[in-house]
Design a protein around this ligand. Structure first.
Ligand SMILES: Cc1cc2nc3c(=O)[nH]c(=O)nc-3n(C[C@H](O)[C@H](O)[C@H](O)COP(=O)(O)OP(=O)(O)OC[C@H]3O[C@@H](n4cnc5c(N)ncnc54)[C@H](O)[C@@H]3O)c2cc1C
Length: 233
């Protein structure tokens, strides 16, 4: 068992890392853990043979002006920027809260790397269970005889996974978590010179099963090699 931390944050996506950054800035000892091998969460990027493909979130957009303030801060830090894809009908991409689409540069997970840069983050640690011991929490690592101890725990992971951790400890908000609905999304990643050159960079089809097709090379900071990501509805 390691020393007692003030806070363990489970989940190194943008939510968990932002929370950890606020707590660390207030002088708390904070460790962030994530089951993944590296930073990204749903803002993940996969390296193909000649291009990087953002296979989760395609662009950052929020209807909340406070969210846009945070995204603009990432622009100033040089890890994000504006993406203005050409649409097939010649229309501009829709704005959210009056703002343009933003993306991580040179890849979507750059934003998450930036958020993690000054924090104590441990990857490859899947929280298997939480338990209460005396005045603190114990977070057990799946498949390892390893655990962390903290006065407080922040669970910043998708609801279906959070239920597994929080139900056994009698979390009072479990009903809200159980009623949250998540739809799985298939991501199709294509790359190579045989892909046709298109007259547009992003397509939002009106009919299922494709919800969005995004030409990765049209995003600023990407390689010019042809690469597309299609997200199912
Ligand atoms: C296909 C797709 C397309 C999207 N498109 C857009 C878009 O165009 N615009 C937009 O604004 N948003 C989009 N989103 C949504 C956006 O990506 C998410 O809202 C955002 O990434 C959520 O951040 P988060 O920190 O809450 O969770 P996540 O990014 O999911 O981070 C949670 C982290 O928790 C970790 N974790 C889970 N369980 C455990 C455990 N037991 N122990 C340790 N670690 C654990 C995971 O590995 C993950 O890294 C999209 C999402 C998807 C999947």
């Amino acid at each position: 068992m390691n020393k007692l931390l003030d806070v363990v944050v489970i989940g190194a996506g943008p939510a968990g890392l932002t929370c950890a950054g606020v707590l660390a800035a207030k002088g708390r000892s904070v460790r962030v853990i994530d089951k993944g091998r590296g930073p990204g969460g749903r803002l993940s990027t996969r390296r193909g043979s000649s291009a990087r493909l953002d296979h989760g979130c395609q662009f950052l957009a929020t209807d909340d002006p406070r969210g846009n303030e945070i995204i603009h801060g990432w622009d100033e830090a040089g890890v994000s920027g504006r993406w203005s894809p050409r649409m097939p009908d010649g229309m501009a991409p829709p704005k959210f809260a009056g703002d343009h689409w933003r993306i991580g540069i040179p890849a979507m997970n750059e934003v998450v790397k930036h958020l993690a840069s000054d924090l104590d983050v441990e990857f490859g640690f899947r929280a298997a269970s939480l338990s209460r011991m005396d005045d603190h929490w114990v977070i057990e690592q799946e498949g390892e005889p390893n655990s962390l101890a903290a006065s407080r725990v922040v669970v910043a992971i998708p609801a279906p996974q959070a239920i597994d951790l929080l139900k056994p400890v009698g979390f009072s908000g479990i009903t809200e978590l159980e009623t949250a609905q998540y739809d799985p999304v298939w991501s199709l990643m294509l790359e190579g010179d045989s892909l046709p050159r298109l007259e547009w960079d992003a397509l939002v089809p009106e009919e299922e099963p494709l919800g969005l097709l995004a030409v990765q090379s049209s995003k600023p900071g990407r390689s010019a090699s042809p690469a597309w990501v299609g997200l199912a509805t």
